[in-house]
Design a protein around this ligand. Structure first.
Ligand code: ITT
Length: 241
């Protein structure tokens, strides 16, 4: 079964490849579909953006699609940069500029608590989507440390660790990160789907006929009812089921 990951972020894709290694799926990414234009992330929430990316790619490719919308929420900054994490310092997205801005904004502040959030949406080819979420709490240090990972990794020390995400080995980051936790939830919730479906077969067409587009361009309906495994440690929500 083909699964399109709706991202052009190579670092994210590397992490997803490692994290999805045990799934019986052939992973494709947005880079395999250069004809599909970049999806504008204009939602007010991680959920809205993740669903928009997944549904757009699912409908455009006729495959199941998965999208991750993620970012960093900093307590002392009223949860900024949040959904604006990728372009915190402006266009075009630039990791060093974002990190420099974060350090400036936190300069002199003693409350350095922060939380990475990751919302993963899975959409069937008709555009019915469901989400899971993972979080990783930690704090922001005062100078960059480490060279692995991407984004805010050199400034973020997860709770229970002394090293930043950019210093920790990739497998340690993946085990505790917001993305790793969201994917663990996804695995628990959706594995039956990937174990039982044949390549490219559309999902439960009769039970959940495609819902007409509305509002932001999609009207997701949950596919949760079909899957037995309850979520364990992660928050989960179905979308408008
Ligand atoms: P796609 O939309 O193509 O997937 P993107 O980089 O634009 O790629 P997002 O919209 O989800 O991804 O923005 C996420 C931003 O949040 C990302 O650019 C980083 O700045 C930050 N971020 C997310 N996960 C991170 C992680 O694991 N480590 C460090 N920074 C992260």
């Amino acid at each position: 079964m083909k699964l399109v990951v709706a991202t052009r972020n190579k670092h994210k894709m590397e992490e997803l490849h490692a994290l999805l290694a045990s799934w019986p799926v052939e992973l494709l990414s947005a880079l395999d579909f250069p004809e599909i234009p970049e999806v504008e992330e204009d939602g007010a929430t991680f959920e809205a953006n993740a669903i928009k990316k997944a549904v757009t790619f699912a409908r455009a490719t006729g495959c199941w699609a998965l999208a991750d919308d993620s970012g960093l929420e900093v307590a002392a900054l009223n949860n900024a940069p949040g959904v604006y994490s990728a372009r915190y310092a402006g266009e075009p997205a630039n990791y060093p500029a974002n990190n420099a801005k974060l350090l400036r904004e936190l300069s002199g502040k003693t409350d350095r608590r922060a939380c990475f959030r990751c919302v993963i949406a899975l959409s069937d080819p008709q555009g019915h989507a469901e989400i899971v979420e993972g979080r990783c709490a930690g704090h922001i240090i005062t100078a960059l440390r480490g060279t692995s990972g991407f984004g805010y990794d050199p400034l973020f020390v997860p709770d229970g660790q002394t090293q930043t995400f950019a210093e920790l080995p990739a497998d340690v980051k993946n085990a505790i990160s917001h993305r790793g936790r969201a994917l663990q939830a996804a695995h628990d919730r959706w594995q039956e789907l990937f174990m039982t479906r044949g390549a490219g077969s559309p999902a439960h067409k009769e039970e959940n006929p495609a819902t007409p587009s509305r509002g932001r361009g999609f009207q997701p309906r949950g596919i949760a009812a079909r899957f037995k495994s309850p979520m364990k440690n992660n928050r989960q929500r179905t979308t408008n089921n």
